[in-house]
Design a protein around this ligand. Structure first.
Ligand code: DC
Length: 224
C-alpha cells in the first residue's frame, strides 16, 4: 500500500489535529500511534506489572486486547481495552508520562509494531506519532515532521485542557512538555527525529490552515 502520509513531532505540536484533518481531506484511514502507547500504559497501571521487568512488559504488549472504532462519516476514533471504552482515560498527563517511559523499551516497541502496520489499509493511511516516518512506515512516500517552540506547545496544551473544562498551570505544562520531549528525543530506540526525507514544518507562527495547505501540497506534488 503506497498511500501513506506520516506526521511525526513532539508532544503538543498539533500532530493529532493535522492528521485528522488530512485523513478527512484525503478520505484515508487514521492511526494515532500515541493512543496505542497510551492504552498500553493504562494496561500497565491496571495489571501492576513491574515496569523494570522488560520481558514481562513485552509479553503483555504483544497480547493486550486493544481495538479501535471509527464512527461512520467522522474521524472520531474510540479506543477499547478488552471491549471497554477507555478513550477518555487516555489523555491525562499521568498516562502520557507512563506511555513515554515504556516507549523507551525496544522489546515493547517491537511488540507494538505489527499492530501499527496493520492500519495500512486501502485507500490510504495518515499516521501520527514519533517514529512513523523513520521506523514504522519508513518507506512511506509522504512524510512530515512538525515542530513548534516549547512555549507555543505548552500554550496549545493549556487551550486544549481548557476546552475540555480542565484547569492547567502553564509553567507546569511547560515542564511536562519539556521532560517528555527530552525522553522521546534522546532514547536509544526509535528516538524522535525527522526522517531524512521528511518535510519539516515549523508551526510556531502559522495557522492550522496554513499547515494543512503545506501538507496537502506535499501530497499532491509528490504524487504528480
Ligand atoms: O503522541 P502522544 O502524546 O499521545 O504519545 C504519548 C507517548 O507515547 C509519547 O510521549 C511517546 C510515546 N510514543 C512513541 O514513543 N512513539 C509513537 N509513535 C507514539 C507515541
Amino acid at each position: 500500500m503506497n498511500n501513506i502520509l506520516t506526521i511525526d513531532g513532539p508532544s503538543g505540536v498539533g500532530k493529532g489535529t493535522v492528521a485528522r484533518l488530512m485523513a478527512q481531506k484525503l478520505g484515508w484511514n487514521l492511526l494515532d500511534s500515541g493512543a496505542i502507547y497510551r492504552a498500553f500504559a493504562l494496561v500497565v497501571f491496571d495489571s501492576g506489572v513491574d515496569i523494570a521487568d522488560e520481558a514481562a512488559l513485552a509479553e503483555v504488549a504483544s497480547k493486550f486486547d486493544l481495538s479501535f472504532k471509527t464512527e461512520a462519516g467522522s474521524e472520531l476514533v474510540s479506543v477499547f481495552l478488552a471491549g471497554k471504552e477507555v478513550s477518555k482515560n487516555l489523555r491525562t498527563e499521568k498516562v502520557g508520562e507512563m506511555a513515554s517511559k515504556i516507549a523507551t523499551i525496544g522489546s515493547v516497541r517491537s511488540a507494538l509494531l505489527k499492530r501499527q502496520r496493520g492500519f495500512a489499509q486501502v485507500p490510504g493511511l495518515v499516521a501520527d506519532g514519533r517514529d512513523m516516518g523513520t521506523v514504522v512506515f519508513d518507506k512511506a512516500p509522504f512524510k512530515v515532521f512538525l515542530t513548534a517552540s516549547a512555549d507555543e506547545r505548552a500554550k496549545r496544551r493549556l487551550k486544549q485542557l481548557q476546552a475540555q473544562g480542565t484547569a492547567g498551570i502553564i509553567s507546569q505544562i511547560l515542564e511536562d512538555v519539556q521532560r517528555r520531549d527530552e525522553r522521546d528525543r534522546f532514547r536509544k530506540n526509535s528516538p524522535l527525529i525527522p526522517a531524512e526525507d521528511a518535510l519539516t514544518i515549523d508551526t510556531t507562527d502559522i495557522s492550522i490552515d496554513e499547515v494543512i495547505e503545506k501538507v496537502s501540497e506535499l501530497v499532491t506534488k509528490t504524487k504528480a
